[in-house]
Design a binder for this molecule. Structure first.
Ligand SMILES: [Fe+2]
Length: 366
């Protein structure tokens, strides 16, 4: 398929095709038409466990684990607790060592923002897969749209006519802190995301450090949280699609898994809070009211900790990486009235089954 072809604004799910007359009226040249969301009806079997080898470990063996920054023209810490913005490093030039070092840097800083990565973005889907596979087995999302023939690439998409995102219209806010697909047995680690098309203003992304949100709590409370595990569920996300929204397709039956409330990063050893409003449902073993009260307290703490957050303003060519094991993030949907297109792609390697900060913590209860 050619990179440039005539396409339309998205219409109804699951196809983006419009009738011929509409095509004529609304046709435009969109350079990323080949990456528009496609909702194939095929069914996937359950995911199987695998051994994750974290690239950050390899970087620790390197004489200079930050050697990939040697050509950087500017390295700016976005906040003291979270996020680094890097200028002057072209991601496509990173060799295997450089990618390992990048993974370690993202693990340590939670969030790394690269600017002017047009070459990376324009290399296309085969290149995205090759990039992602360096960091782990690529996750295939059970419900989202993906470029045709590339189910490993998760897309977010909204324009004047359509939204294929997980948005609740009955909520007063679009802010929903989460760690991506945390309901999987082996949720993602290092994650890459970029926009192919963006509104003139708005559509920023919020990030927070779950290492820092944990550290703010008292030692006694942290010690208690380390003894807890929680159920993470993909059911609501699947039901959202089954109700006809977001493409209306569920390709893999939803799963629920139990993860520690405090997990340990395998490479850095950092402890992080690992609960999120989008997918965590209850704390195992506690009475319902106890579970609800603790989760609400923790969600409120995450919501209002502006001192632990960073906000990424997208520019053409921006590529952002975060480590889903130690951060949470939220989209900001403040651009709906502009009728502009926001089209993003995520490359999502899975990592290890979350390691409890408390050694020997039992993980059962679904
Ligand atoms: Fe996300």
């Amino acid at each position: 398929m050619s990179v440039v072809e005539t396409v339309t604004e998205a219409s109804q799910a699951p196809s983006l095709n419009l009738r011929g007359e509409d095509k004529e009226q609304k046709a435009e040249l969109y350079p990323y038409a080949h990456l528009l969301p496609h909702f194939s009806p095929e069914q996937y079997p359950p995911l199987t466990p695998f051994e994750h080898e974290d690239p950050g470990f390899r970087a620790l063996q390197h004489a200079d684990p930050r050697a990939f920054l040697k050509n950087a023209t500017n390295v700016v810490e976005l906040t003291p607790n979270l996020g680094t913005e890097i200028h002057g490093v072209n991601l496509v030039t990173l060799d295997s060592d450089g990618r390992d070092q990048l993974a370690l840097e993202v693990a340590r800083r939670g969030l790394v923002v690269f600017r002017n990565q047009h070459e990376f973005i324009d290399r296309g889907p085969e290149s995205y897969l090759e990039w992602g596979r360096h960091f782990g087995r690529l996750h295939i999302h059970p419900t989202s749209g993906h470029p045709k023939d590339y189910p490993q690439i998760h897309l977010v998409y909204k324009d004047a006519k359509s939204s294929f995102n997980f948005e609740r219209e009955d909520s007063i806010t679009s802010t929903v802190w989460h760690s991506d697909v945390s309901y999987e047995l082996q949720p993602p680690g290092l994650t890459t995301f970029f926009l192919l098309s963006q509104p003139t203003t708005g559509g920023d992304t919020l990030f927070t450090s779950q290492v820092s949100t944990l550290k703010k709590l008292s030692p006694q409370f942290i010690a208690f949280l380390r003894t807890l595990s929680a159920v993470h569920s993909g059911v609501e996300q699947a039901e959202f699609s089954r109700s006809g929204k977001r493409g209306g397709i569920v390709r893999r039956e939803p799963v629920e898994h139990v993860h520690p409330v405090v997990r340990r990063h395998p490479v850095t050893g950092d402890e992080a809070l690992y609960i999120n409003r989008q997918f965590t449902r209850r704390i195992v073993g506690l009475k319902r009211e106890e579970s609800e009260a603790i989760l609400k307290f923790l969600y409120d703490h995450i919501d209002k900790s502006g001192d632990l957050q960073a906000r990424v303003k997208w520019q053409p060519g921006t590529v952002v990486l975060w480590d889903n094991r130690v951060t949470a993030h939220s989209a900001i949907v403040d651009y709906g009235k502009s009728n502009e297109r926001r089209h993003g792609a995520r490359i999502t390697p899975q990592a290890e089954r979350p390691i409890p900060a408390l050694e020997g913590l039992e993980l059962a209860g679904v």
